[in-house]
Design a protein around this ligand. Sequence first.
Ligand code: PRP
Length: 183
Amino acid sequence: MRITTPQNDISEVLLSEEQIKQRVKELAKTITEDYKDKMPIVVCVLKGSSFFFVDLCKDIECHINLDFMAVSSYGSSSISSGEIKIKKDLEQDIKGRDVLIVEDIIDSGHTLKKLIALLDERKPKSIKTICLLDKVARRVVDQYADYVGFEIPDEFVVGYGLDFAEYYRNLPYIGILKPEVYE
Ligand code: PRP
């Protein structure tokens, strides 16, 4: 691997730290209002949503439980298939509970659709989804998030939790990766 900095591989900052912070505050306000009497379980889908999850939860002002899950798609690494495998399961029983799934990005929609179906079998009271980024142009299945931070163009974005080959997650903003890095 070339020795460089993650910042050097970004062609454009798509969403700055300030823009993300502001939008996360707005989303948290809406979640606080919608869930004020529900004591929901807020689920972080590792690893991409970790930064968003932490910032969002800190801004939510009602009682919530936190839990963590890791799933992986079968098939090609760049195009998600229709199957997911649980790599790390929730610790809490979601039966009869209001569940809010936190995702960093919805792309084809396969992951979210399968994840909702999987968790729905455990008989929660409700399941809703919040995604920081929505790449609408890439949608393959009819799946949308209940709450969306930003609709973004079909560009290779990294940072604020999103990776390329497990790098760039630690960038504090969301940037477009230079094509020469991944081509
Ligand atoms: C990313 C992202 C979503 C999924 C979205 O996860 O966090 O879970 O892909 O793609 P889809 O809508 O096409 O299914 P990834 O598998 O890259 O894992 P990560 O969160 O650990 O980066």
